[in-house]
Write a protein that binds this ligand. Sequence first.
Ligand code: SF4
Length: 370
Amino acid sequence: MKYVDEFRDPKAVHALSKEIHRITRHPWTIMEVCGGQTHSIVRYGLDRLLPTAITLIHGPGCPVCVTPIELIDAACQLASLPDVIFCSFGDMLRVPGSRDDLLHVKAQGGDIRIIYSPLDAVEIAHTYPQRHIICFAVGFETTAPAQAMAVLQARRLHLSNFSLLVAHVLVPPAMEAILSSSENRVQGFLAAGHVCTVMGYDMYELICHRFQVPIVVTGFEPVDILEGVQLVVTQLEEGRYEVENQYSRSVQQSGNLEARKVVDEVFEPTSRNWRGIGEISRSGLQLRQSFAEFDALRIFEDRIQLSRSSNALESECQSGRILQGLMKPSACSAFGIRCTPEHPLGAPMVSSEGACAAYYRYRHHEVARG
Ligand code: SF4
């Protein structure tokens, strides 16, 4: 298949591995930002094709994993209301809140529907005018345009029974927070190709120059990832720090201008609490005042109780350290024992993009053998 087979070609993969071995002179630590890239690395064993001097660490790029407990709790309360139909991507249903998850609420009678696009939720709102439809707007910059389109479509259709529970997060502020941490080990980034397809990569220039780190916009297939690593290592070995675009078959410097325009029309930046990590300034999106009538938290503020921002309930789960690249999933004492995909203690074991789920799926047996 074009654009897939050629990027999974074993010969190309091994040639890139050989080239990375040839150019590597010093130890380097590189973070892949996106959970999709983490899954490719673990699935194809790409980290094992690199020189031992290169350490790949997994970043916070799993939006399901970083959605804060207080928003999961709000979602569970909203989904329990008898006049509400709560719409969500399937990944979110098993993410633990402080007491419940959405799957449990559904088992108790909550009307929760799994959707594949926010426009599905608009359609449901159109079909059920007597019910209020809430769409759980979770994701990075990649899914924000579709949520913005849903709001615009609801306004166009004069739907007064549609709203969003907004939990959107933004990648660049998280990268800055990681680089600003006293525990930071990251010397170069593989930036998430799909985020840059929407947003472009102008915004990475500031981060690159402020922190003097190479940032390479990278795709998701094995050849993409190894090319991204090769470009980062080349810069590091030459003492350069620039933004480069490995994923040019999808990403343009300014991104998708139409998508950026609708996001900017509907949303504005806000501070957001990241699960396990804490609050990061201007790292989330909220509805603009002109779209306040679509804000579920505002509409239902008298009928639910918002819990305070807290990560204390996850004392056993070390997701914050996993998401900042400070620890590998297999180093968590609960991994594969008290925490499995069937009985997850934390979101990184639930999500299809979570690092713990990737290790469980592809390396569980060797971890279990020690
Ligand atoms: S293995 Fe489970 S408990 Fe440990 S960090 Fe991952 S999600 Fe949390």
